[in-house]
Design a protein around this ligand. Structure first.
Ligand code: COA
Length: 424
């Protein structure tokens, strides 16, 4: 038994944000029926292709544990199938451009008419307001949600992060909204609309930067490196390089081998509670009593010098040696791990966070499994579906169509001949 067993998801998502959400629901045990345009499918199937003729990693890594149904929802017969699916499913998830579902004839009012228990969950770029009709992609959301203006170095331009907080981050927000709506429906019997705008999701993840905006109005942000360096603050939360976002100063420092390995670095936090241990480890025991260094306040105006001194020590150790030495002393440090290192990490493989999946078109590939671990709802990662692989199966199992009716739908152009599966 899995947490969401019995829940049927009508999955109209594509690209990254929506599939992040529905894949997660699939991992929790929901039956995710991914509706794709016949002959085309999710655009990511053919984006960044690395194995000619096979679905891309972009698609396969975001669409595990789903079933693919090809359906032309603009065809009258296809519309009929969609109506039946709306009646049958618990949740409709979509991340079309604004208005696309309405144009298909499936307004919220119509969906409620068809199925008052339906939860309709959407990702959009922006919530109601001047930009509500805009199409939005990852980096646009990072920029509009406050992440880019607060990421990067003070003397450089705004910067986007590698973490896909606009797409995947919003997908996670949406999944939480869906699960909460399912829980509420248990009591009310009614569905509801769930909206996760990407701008809002990014801003939620940048909460501490809005905290700093308000603190800035009361005076300079003393824990930011620029304060110690005597650089005046402007009117908005500035970019803070690798400064830690909390009250304890931190930086990224070079480790042994940095000259040739671009990831030979460690994060190092000068946590006040372990300052004495830091002084001992780096060979500066005199700093423990020296009033110029002994208190966090006294250290603020010389953080660059302090971190340069610590770096002289970290450069004599590998990033893993730094971890081995500092961890038992409760000095917070963390190695900068490359994707290559993460892919090979034995404990991440052990816990199912890095998983090897087999695929009939492309062979074995690595993916990120479910990052949420539940003791009573085990996750098995199954490969992404081929385009239309489950069309006949879904039409018959979920909607009760006979073989003749399925053939008629194909004839009418509502579905497409299902792609032949390579032998598995
Ligand atoms: N059968 C028939 N038509 C279908 C279909 C199906 N199974 N599935 C989709 N379509 C149609 C839609 O109805 C729409 O037609 P319309 O514009 O004539 O109404 C068309 O395909 C395009 O869909 P759309 O979502 O608008 O794709 P797009 O390529 O124009 O825009 C995005 C892509 C991502 C910019 C847009 O979907 C968007 O802004 N989504 C919300 C924010 C988001 O999730 N962004 C991040 C993506 S990771």
């Amino acid at each position: 038994m899995k947490a969401l067993e019995g829940v049927k998801i009508l999955d109209f998502t594509h690209v990254q944000s929506g599939p992040t959400c529905t894949q997660l629901l699939g991992w929790f045990g929901a039956d995710v029926i991914k509706v794709e345009r016949p002959g085309v499918g999710d655009a990511t199937r053919k984006q960044l292709v690395d194995v000619e003729g096979a679905d891309s990693l972009y698609f396969t890594m975001l669409n595990h544990n789903t079933r693919s149904l090809t359906l032309n929802t603009k065809n009258p017969k296809g519309k009929e199938v969609l109506e039946r699916l709306v009646k049958e499913c618990d949740v409709l998830v979509e991340n079309f451009a604004p208005g696309a579902l309405d144009r298909m004839g499936f307004t919220w009012e119509r969906i409620q008419e068809l199925n008052p228990r339906m939860i309709m969950a959407s990702v959009k770029g922006f919530g109601p307001g001047p930009f509500q009709d805009c199409k939005v992609y990852e980096n646009v959301a990072q920029c509009a949600g406050g992440s880019a203006s607060t990421t990067g170095f003070l003397d450089g331009p705004p910067m986007v992060t590698g973490a896909q907080i606009g797409d995947s981050g919003t997908g996670l927000h949406l999944a939480l909204g869906i699960v909460a709506a399912l829980f509420q429906r248990e009591k009310t019997g009614r569905g509801q609309k769930v909206l996760a705008p990407m701008q809002d999701g990014v801003l939620n993840l940048c909460r501490v930067k809005l905290r700093d905006q308000q603190r800035l109005e009361r005076g300079p942000l003393q824990e930011y490196s620029q304060f110690g360096e005597g650089i005046p603050f402007g009117e908005a939360t500035p970019r803070a390089g690798n400064d830690s976002g909390g009250g304890q100063p931190g930086r990224i420092l070079k480790c042994k081998g940095w000259e040739t390995d671009p990831d030979s670095y460690t994060y190092f936090i000068t946590q006040a509670a372990v300052w004495d241990k830091i002084c001992d480890v780096i060979g500066k025991p005199d700093w423990k009593e020296d009033p110029e260094y002994a208190t966090p306040k006294a250290r603020l105006n010389k953080l660059t010098h302090i971190f340069e001194t610590i770096e002289q020590w970290t450069m004599t150790k590998t990033k893993f040696e730094v971890m081995e030495i500092c961890n038992p002393l409760d000095i917070p440090v963390g190695p900068i791990l490359s994707m290559k290192e993460l892919a090979a990490d034995p404990s991440l493989r052990e816990t199912g966070t890095i998983v090897e999946v087999d695929h009939p078109e492309r062979g074995a590939y690595l993916t990120v499994g479910c990052p949420i671990k539940m003791s009573d709802s085990e996750v098995t990662v199954t490969r992404s579906p081929l385009l239309g692989e489950h069309t006949a199966e879904i039409l018959s199992d979920v909607l009760g169509y006979s073989d003749e009716e399925v053939a008629e739908l194909k004839e009418a152009g509502a579905t497409e001949v299902v792609k032949k599966m390579a032998a598995e």
